[in-house]
Design a protein around this ligand. Structure first.
Ligand SMILES: NC(=O)C1=CN([C@@H]2O[C@H](COP(=O)(O)OP(=O)(O)OC[C@H]3O[C@@H](n4cnc5c(N)ncnc54)[C@H](OP(=O)(O)O)[C@@H]3O)[C@@H](O)[C@H]2O)C=CC1
Ligand SMILES: CC(=O)[C@@H](O)[C@H](O)COP(=O)(O)O
Ligand SMILES: [Mn+2]
Length: 381
């Protein structure tokens, strides 16, 4: 029996993780969880899964839930999020919160020796050098949940990284993959949220439309697998059937395929190194699909992927700036305050404005994150 701490239980990855726990009560038990502001769903999850510890974002929600569930420990805010991650009974933490707020709970969970199932890619983009160092020191496994990284993890299957010549990440291209720059000027939030293949939270769906999602994933892959940026390629693959590939130095390419269903990588992170049958999993019918397509990425139309490679290669505090600027800009777009193309403009301005810091410690990372958020807010007022 694995005892689970689930951060971001009310979100897209969170609720799919709960599906897996629900379907496999002999293997998994929810012990601690966090949610944000969705209190109705939090209440339902508490009632069904009976976790011992719950954290929410707001104090008022915490007080409300305490009165309804007097036998459960309920907390709130960033401290609550950390307490959910380090709960003494938890074996594995699935980090499915959105944004760099996931960084400190991840670090504290690693310090506490918990295995990490990582969906929250912003953690590694913001402070990959710190997270990977602590994980190495503590000998804590970080198992990827992001579909591309789970695919690469499965393709690597313990092979020496010295045998790898290239990682090939696939990108669906997102909602606007076939639009011209001119057409991108006019797109709406509703259109951006209509991802062709995946049903996900709103922030990552916008990241997918700007292709920043793939940029964040390149940096995520760099940290998870220790492969140089020049050996990480991205290609557009509009069907999202091949989730990513590894090319070895004997020219052999190993790919992981499957219908787009995030329960597969989530369950694999939970069951690793075993595999469990997936309830209602769709068997891949390649004959029905007929053709798979592969295209070059177009960083003229979608410069965010280029920004991410550049920030990743500079390293230090640059990826922190990239991530923080992106989080603020995407939020402004979702709130109708800026246009779609303004997202990339704000990120570029933040990157240009920032004075690079070489090997930032956690305190410096926090400062850079806050300063960047303030700067982007000031630009988009
Ligand atoms: N969805 C997907 O298929 C995939 C997602 N990912 C990554 O997984 C992570 C989660 O994505 P997704 O599930 O789509 O996101 P959602 O927006 O659906 O869910 C985010 C979760 O985090 C909670 N949350 C948000 N902000 C805060 C905060 N400040 N403090 C505490 N909790 C907070 C939300 O709470 P509430 O809703 O209650 O407010 C919710 O539970 C992201 O990093 C994303 O990039 C990676 C691959 C695929
Ligand atoms: C499901 C998943 O892992 C997402 O990160 C997905 O990859 C987004 O699709 P894009 O390939 O369009 O960014
Ligand atoms: Mn992904």
């Amino acid at each position: 029996m694995k005892l689970i701490g689930l951060l971001g239980a009310t979100g897209s990855i969170g609720t799919q993780t709960l599906d897996i726990i629900r379907n496999n009560p002999e293997y998994y038990k929810l012990v601690s969880m966090s949610s944000g502001r969705n209190i109705d769903l939090t209440r339902k999850i508490i009632t069904e899964f009976k976790p011992q510890f719950v954290s929410v974002q707001e104090k008022a929600h915490c007080e409300q839930l305490k009165s309804e569930f007097p036998h459960i420990t309920i907390s709130y805010g960033n401290d609550g999020l950390i307490d959910a991650a380090v709960h003494s009974k938890v074996d594995i933490v699935i980090n499915a919160v959105m944004g760099s707020v996931g960084l400190e709970p991840t670090l504290m969970a690693i310090e506490a020796g918990k295995t990490i199932g990582l969906a929250n890619k912003e953690t590694l983009v913001t402070a990959g050098h710190i997270v990977m160092d602590v994980a190495k020191q503590k000998q804590v496994p970080i198992i990827p949940v992001d579909s591309e990284h789970s695919a690469i993890f499965q393709c690597l299957n313990g092979e020496s990284k010295g045998n790898v010549s290239r990682l090939i990440l696939t990108a669906s291209g997102g909602s606007f993959r076939d639009l011209t720059r001119e057409e991108l000027r006019e797109v709406t939030v509703e259109q951006a949220l209509a991802h062709p293949n995946w049903s996900m939270g709103s922030k990552i769906t916008i990241d997918s439309a700007t292709m920043m999602n793939k940029g964040l994933e390149v940096i995520e892959a760099y940290w998870l697998f220790g492969i140089a940026y020049d050996q990480i390629d991205v290609i557009q693959h509009r069907e999202s059937i091949i989730h990513s590939m590894v090319e070895y130095h004997d020219s052999s390419v190993i790919a992981q395929l499957g219908s787009p269903d995030m329960r597969v990588p989530i369950q694999y992170a939970l069951s690793y190194p075993e595999r469990l049958p997936l309830q209602n999993g769709e068997s891949l019918d390649l004959v029905k699909i007929g053709k798979l397509h592969f295209e070059e990425m177009d960083t003229e139309r979608f410069p965010c992927l280029r920004f991410a490679y550049e920030a990743g290669k500079i390293g230090g505090s640059m990826p922190t700036v990239l991530n923080a600027a992106n989080e603020v800009a995407v939020n402004q777009f979702l709130n109708g305050k800026i246009s779609f193309l303004m997202i990339e403009t704000l990120i570029e301005k933040a990157l240009t404005h920032h004075q690079h810091i070489k090997n930032p410690d956690l305190l410096t990372i926090r400062e850079v994150d806050t300063e960047t958020r303030n700067y982007v807010h000031s630009l988009s007022l």
